[in-house]
Structure formats: structure tokens, C-alpha cells
Design a protein around this ligand. Structure first.
Ligand SMILES: C[S@@+](CC[C@H](N)C(=O)[O-])C[C@H]1O[C@@H](n2cnc3c(N)ncnc32)[C@H](O)[C@@H]1O
Length: 163
């Protein structure tokens, strides 16, 4: 991992995050073994506009159940769970921060969405997928961390299916 990537993980990484989230949800009286995407919506979209902003982004494209969606820099998986739950599509989330990926997978299992949403720890600049694997790519509040934007878009483009 290079200096930039280490700095990003250092900024976002947060040991024990999953336990703290579950404990906080339990303190609100939530049954953390039976969560839903909607129950988490106020806390799991890590960008200024939150859940509403994610729904607005989803509204820019016509998501369909048979689609494969990639969410780059998925954080703890809020947007990925929303896309899968609201539209029935299959979603793959990737993030550089391993702690976030682990929390994303844990919350997704507890929401019963593990059959449609998966997560991998990976760098947006080196995507571990075959070309033409995805119908739609989202990247919400991530590119401010990526200096090489030209390289980023050049990396993403071949992973989209041709129209
Ligand atoms: C502000 S959070 C947004 C998370 C998520 N998109 C959301 O809206 O809930 C930015 C995320 O981008 C990730 N990130 C930054 N640079 C990345 C890179 N080069 N590759 C993959 N993920 C990256 C961080 O680890 C962090 O989880």
C-alpha cells in the first residue's frame, strides 16, 4: 500500500467500529440480529447529504433487478444495501479500509441482504474484476481522496458493460 492509501486507511480506519455501532443500535432498542436496511439508513450513508442524497443518485439511473452494480469506496455499505433492497439488483462494494468492509459485510448479513450484496477490500485504482462486469458504477463522496482522477476513470470505464 502506498503513502496515500495508508493515509486514507489511517483516516477512516476505526478499530472496534462494528461493536460500537451494534452497541449504539441496541441502546436505541433495535434488535441487531434482525436489522433492516431502512433501520440503518440514518447512520450508514457516510456523506453530507446522507440517505436522501443516495436515493437521489439512484434516481439518476434506472436500476433493475438483473443489474450488477459496483459501489466504489462503499464505506460501511449503506448505499450498497439501499440499491439492493430498493431495486433488487446485485451489488458489489469495494473499499480500501478493511475495517469498513468487515462492518459492511456484518451489517448486510444482519439485514438479510447477504445473498445480493458482497464486499471486498480493494483499491479504486486497481479493481479486482473482469472487464464488462457491471451495468452501473456508483462512487459516492470518494474521489476527493483520489489524486489521480484520470487514472481512476480510466480504471473504471472498462469494467462497465457496453450499451
Ligand atoms: C466519505 S466515505 C464514503 C463512503 C460511502 N461511499 C458512503 O457514501 O457511505 C469515503 C470512502 O472512500 C474510501 N476510499 C478512499 N480512497 C479509496 C480508494 N482509492 N479505493 C477504495 N476506497 C477508497 C474510504 O476508505 C472511505 O470508506
Amino acid at each position: 500500500m502506498g503513502n496515500t492509501e495508508s493515509a486514507i486507511v489511517g483516516d477512516y480506519g476505526n478499530a472496534g467500529l462494528g461493536e460500537r455501532i451494534l452497541s449504539k443500535l441496541q441502546s436505541f432498542g433495535m434488535d441487531t440480529d434482525n436489522l433492516t436496511q431502512e433501520m440503518l439508513a440514518e447512520v450508514d450513508h457516510i456523506h453530507g447529504g446522507g440517505y436522501l442524497n443516495t436515493t437521489e443518485h439512484a434516481g439518476l439511473v434506472k436500476l433493475e433487478p438483473e443489474m450488477a452494480v459496483l459501489d466504489i469506496g462503499c464505506g460501511i455499505g449503506g448505499p450498497a444495501r439501499y440499491f439492493a433492497n430498493a431495486f433488487g439488483c446485485r451489488v458489489t462494494g469495494i473499499d480500501l479500509t478493511e475495517e469498513y468492509v468487515n462492518v459492511a459485510a456484518m451489517l448486510t448479513e444482519r439485514c438479510g441482504l447477504g445473498d445480493r450484496v458482497e464486499f471486498k477490500c480493494a483499491n479504486a485504482l486497481d479493481l479486482p474484476f473482469d472487464d464488462a462486469s457491471f451495468d452501473v458504477v456508483f462512487c459516492l463522496n470518494v474521489t476527493m481522496n483520489i489524486e489521480d482522477r484520470t487514472g481512476f476513470y480510466a480504471e473504471v470505464q472498462p469494467h462497465l458493460k457496453k450499451l
